[in-house]
Design a protein around this ligand. Structure first.
Ligand code: NAD
Length: 496
């Protein structure tokens, strides 16, 4: 793409349908004849189209990333220089933040205000990763004996494939890409086939910021047609994946022959544990935010409420009335708090989970159905839902619903709360609500998850690592640990 074409694209209003080709080797290819057309989940209108990538496209992108890595130009830059370029990316993203947010809202169905928050968070991640890049060092071991010295150095992991889901398209890419670039890696990015726009827009920004050709490549398309090739490839050194546990299993199997390193950020089924001695107003707000944030399409969503018996009836009644006041609306409708499901198929999956919970004996006490009045008729909206009386052997307790659905289960005491919190195959996150700090820390220690919040939820900072245990995966993103994930350790020893 020429500079003039780039400027023309940048100047287009976000509401003109956008058409993209892959970005490989520093240029945007012509859009393929076979295109994926993206309908906005909030309105049903086509907002963008991108190439339906093939194995050959993916291999071309891998070859470009491999050549850029092997040339050593990017990894050979001083960390300060790579960090400076990442800061420039952040600056350009900030200048384009409104447009990026609009694209994100259009393609994902989330309210614009949430999309704007995701863009701001992504910028923070680029800035933080720049700081880590500039200050990262190795270790010198000088106490091994007078003629023996060693250095433990961190080298870039090599060519990194990044496979991204649709729920936070830019933010989840920003949890990986700047850290990998900071470490000196090159990349092939495979965004979700539902939400590829912001990854493709970011390419224009990376080029303008001075990231050399071929260092980052984006190939669009479905998982089996493109992602699978990345998993199988001998030329990809590390695959960093965020998505469902089922896809994580498929990727693990497909990557076995190449012995590549994997980082897997998979599904979750977080519990919000509310003790009777909590600040109940804070807990109420926290539980609602935890489950309905991003329409419940959030890996760390507090999808299960575990509430102490003595306060349960009253607490649930208050939750129900607060839930009925939540404003569901199209992403661009002012005041909209809860947006559309990502696709008509996902809408049906969520409704199916609710129906199954009822069949298994639980009670829907709020929502439970599709919303079709007024503007909502054009999109895929589910009423925020609460299901009470959910038992640990119910599917709704164990399986990820990934929609605006809260299940309620009562507990007697701390040991039972911990057992219930741990009674799923997942181990991603959880929250505990109590004024008793000993009880809070005891609970946090015993719940097997990668991230535990006390009297807060879905909270974080770029310096705090995130990741899972059990079937929520392994590897950490963000923080120093998230930077180290994209490095290999080399020990260099010398005897004199
Ligand atoms: P998904 O697993 O269906 O898809 C994720 C990505 O994998 C997409 O880009 C898709 O095209 C690709 N893919 C699909 N099949 C593939 C294959 N066989 N080989 C390679 N790639 C393939 O997930 P989704 O529906 O996009 O996202 C929702 C899921 O992601 C939920 O389970 C959620 O919990 C999880 N998630 C986890 C985190 C985390 O940090 N742990 C964050 C966000 C979302």
């Amino acid at each position: 793409m020429t500079t003039t074409e780039q400027q023309t694209r940048a100047a287009q209003p976000a509401d003109a349908p956008r058409v993209y080709g892959h970005h490989i080797g520093g240029r945007e290819l012509q859009p393929a004849e076979d295109l994926i057309h993206r309908r906005a989940p909030g309105t049903g209108e086509v907002v963008a189209s991108w190439s339906a990538g093939t194995a050959a496209d993916t291999e071309m992108a891998i070859a470009a990333a491999r050549a850029a890595f092997d040339a050593g130009t990017w990894s050979g830059l001083p960390g300060v220089e790579r960090g400076r370029i990442l800061l420039r990316v952040a600056e350009l993203m900030r200048a384009d933040a409104d447009r990026l947010a609009r694209i994100e809202a259009d393609e994902s169905g989330k309210p614009l205000v949430l999309a704007a928050g995701d863009v701001a968070g992504s910028i923070d991640l680029f800035e933080y990763a720049a700081a880590v890049t500039m200050t990262s060092t190795g270790e010198a071991h000088t106490n091994l004996g007078e003629d023996f010295t060693a250095w433990v150095v961190r080298e870039p992991a090599g060519v990194v494939a990044m496979i991204i889901p649709w729920n936070f398209p830019l933010l989840l890419l920003a949890q990986k890409l700047p850290f990998a670039l900071g470490a000196g890696c090159t990349a092939v990015v495979k965004p979700s086939e539902f939400t590829s726009g912001t990854a493709l827009e970011l390419m224009r920004i990376l080029r303008e910021a001075g990231v050399p050709d071929g260092v980052v490549n984006v190939v669009t398309g479905t998982g089996p047609a493109t992602g699978q090739i990345l998993a199988e490839s001998q030329d990809v050194d590390l695959l960093s994946f965020t998505g469902s546990t089922a896809t994580g299993q498929a990727i693990t199997a497909a990557s076995a022959g190449s012995i590549k390193r994997l980082s897997l950020e998979l599904g979750g089924k977080a519990a919000s544990i509310v003790f009777a001695d909590a600040d109940l107003d804070d807990a109420l707000d926290g539980v609602l935010f935890g489950v309905f944030f991003n329409q419940g399409e959030c890996c760390v969503s507090g999808a299960r409420l575990l509430v102490q018996e003595s306060i349960a009836d009253d607490f649930v009644a208050k939750l129900v009335s607060a839930t009925q006041r939540i404003v569901v609306g199209a992403p661009l409708t002012p005041g909209s708090e809860l947006g559309a499901m990502i696709s008509p198929e996902h809408l049906q999956t969520v409704l199916g989970h609710i129906q199954r919970a009822e069949e298994q004996g639980a009670r829907v006490v709020a929502g439970g159905h599709r919303l079709t009045t007024g503007e909502l008729a054009a999109g895929d909206f589910v009423a925020p839902t609460i299901i009470d009386g959910v038992a640990p052997d119910h599917a709704a307790f164990r399986e990820e619903i990934f929609g605006p659905v809260l299940t309620v289960t009562r507990f007697r005491d701390l040991p039972e709360a911990v057992d219930l919190a741990n009674a799923t195959p997942y181990g991603l996150a959880g929250s505990v609500w109590t004024k008793d700090i000993d009880k809070a820390l005891d609970t946090a220690r015993q719940v097997r998850v990668g991230r535990m919040w006390i009297n807060t939820t879905i909270d974080g900072a770029p310096s705090l690592p995130a990741g899972g245990m059990k079937q929520s995966g392994y590897g950490r993103e963000m923080g120093r640990a998230g930077f180290d994930e994209f490095t290999e350790i080399k020990t260099v020893q010398v005897r004199t």
